[in-house]
Design a protein. Structure first.
Length: 132
């Protein structure tokens, strides 16, 4: 299991997406705060109605996006946090790494496609000057 978890986490490392590798277990927490879901991308009506909290709705929308764009499911732990908890803003999602090797390899390959949806921070002004 450790090898599978390590390989799965390596994908997030390649993408530059923050994650928490479990010491023991198979649930990897990944912060998808830097993933930009395109404007107008809609979640199913049930998700829109089921969540009074805007953060919960955005988490449901992200789960829908992951399934429909990448064929990979994740679960948000945000429902376990109180409204003011700082980890809610990190947009953590749980990925279970308990699949057969071929399924896990396929999921990892699909998740690499997330690169085009990542929000990259602008370089510092000094770095822009050096590059010019």
């Amino acid at each position: 299991m450790r090898e599978k978890v390590g390989k799965f986490c390596a994908v997030w490392g390649e993408l530059g997406v923050p994650y928490v590798e479990p010491e023991d277990g198979y649930l990897v927490l990944v912060s998808l705060a830097g993933v930009h879901v395109p404007p107008g991308y809609k979640a199913p009506p049930a998700a829109q109605v089921a969540h009074d909290d805007a953060r919960d709705f955005e988490d449901a929308r992200m789960c829908w996006f992951l399934i429909h764009e990448f064929g990979v499911a994740a679960l948000p732990p945000s429902g376990f946090y109180s409204a003011g908890h700082p980890d809610r803003e990190k947009r953590f999602f749980r990925f279970a790494v308990r699949r057969e090797d071929d399924e896990l390899e396929l999921a990892m390959e699909r998740l690499k496609g997330m690169a085009k949806y990542l929000i990259r921070e602008k370089p510092e002004a000094d770095e822009e000057v050096k590059a010019a």
